[in-house]
Design a protein around this ligand. Structure first.
Ligand SMILES: Nc1nc2c(ncn2[C@@H]2O[C@H](COP(=O)(O)OP(=O)(O)OP(=O)(O)O)[C@@H](O)[C@H]2O)c(=O)[nH]1
Length: 317
């Protein structure tokens, strides 16, 4: 899935364009949902818990005239843990490498200090073109959207950023998503196709599967617990000796929490919660990979892993 093929330049009246776009914005701004809406399939997980995104995952939009590679970054925030610092570093590095940075400002929230912090940092990344996206327009009145666009323009002026475009969209309603794709393509440099037709992401399957399990585990948990959950796929492979028309994919995964008390919550009364998490995750994995799945999911404690460099490495950060 992840191989980069030899560049081929597609022929046509208009030159083919290709490049990288990074969505950024405060936690919960709708970046992951927008990535999936543009790709047309779920390639990154989403949730209503802030700071869901931890890895840089790429979604790939294939068009006859262009290839748009979307880089989904964690939300930038004032770091409180070592994990927080690592995630912020990842964001700053990404901004220096992409062609376009698109900042998401959710319409159901005012432009605020969190946005100002982020945009002030972004202004330092001089190389990339900047676009503003007003997300979640389905949650706001036309008047509120208009006001929001004015606030976004003012923030640009205040921080010295010149927005190449300011685009209102609703990923859930599918509103203006196509227009946003057109505008982004227009900002990309001319270049060859970078990924094979049909590839929608270059994240390894183990990562996608771990993320789907984490997404299922995040549903219904509160407070600090979402941040304490990490999932690692230890082993994944087709079970041997199965008939060719009845394959079964074995997935062995560990779900880490930071404390004993959290383990109890995740497992639930007599394992009920873990069972439903496993069931939901299994359905999503089967939908993604198109094979029946046997999911062996175990809960383990990695004490205070968010603050421990050794544990962070082990969990892939
Ligand atoms: N109504 C509505 N909800 C949306 C829209 N886009 C995203 N959401 C919701 O907003 C929440 C956050 O969306 P995500 O896409 O996970 O946000 P994110 O910016 O990637 O979040 P982090 O990974 O935490 O930084 C989820 O509950 C989404 O369903 C939209 O266009 N309309």
């Amino acid at each position: 899935m992840s191989e980069i093929i030899q560049p081929t330049v597609k022929q046509g009246a208009e030159a083919f364009r290709s490049g990288f776009v990074s969505f950024t914005g405060r936690p919960n701004a709708g970046k992951s949902t927008l990535t999936n809406a543009l790709v047309g399939q779920k390639v990154v997980i989403t949730s209503d818990k802030p700071q869901t995104t931890r890895t840089v995952v790429r979604g790939i939009v294939h068009r006859p005239d262009a290839q748009l590679i979307l880089v989904d970054t964690p939300g930038l925030h004032r770091p409180r843990t070592l994990l927080g610092e690592r995630l912020n570093d990842l964001v700053l590095t990404t901004w220096g490498e992409v062609d376009v940075v698109a900042v998401c400002f959710p319409c159901d929230e005012r432009v605020g200090p969190g946005d100002r912090f982020l945009v002030t940092e972004l202004a330092k990344a001089r190389r990339s073109i900047k676009v503003a996206v007003a997300t979640k327009t389905d949650l706001a009145s036309p008047d509120r959207i208009a006001e929001h666009l004015v606030e976004i323009a003012a923030l640009g002026a205040e921080t010295g950023i010149e927005w190449a475009e300011v685009v209102p969209v609703s990923s859930v309603g599918g509103d203006q998503v196509g227009l946003l794709a057109d505008l982004l393509v227009g900002l990309l440099p001319e270049g060859p196709q970078l990924y094979p037709d049909g590839d929608l992401t270059d994240a390894p399957e183990e990562i996608l599967v771990a993320e789907l399990i984490r997404e299922a585990a995040l549903e219904g948990v509160r407070d600090e617990l979402p941040h304490s959950i990490a999932v690692v796929v230890e082993e994944m492979g087709l079970r041997e000796g199965r008939p060719e028309d009845k394959p079964l994919l074995d997935v062995h995964a560990n779900l880490f929490v930071e404390r004993d008390s959290q383990k109890g919550i995740v497992i639930g009364h007599r394992g009920s919660r873990l069972k439903s998490v496993g069931g939901r995750a299994r359905q999503q994995i089967e939908a993604l990979l198109g094979t029946p799945v046997y999911l062996d999911l175990r809960v383990k404690i990695a004490k205070d892993w968010q603050r421990d460099p050794k544990q962070l490495r082990r969990l892939g950060f």
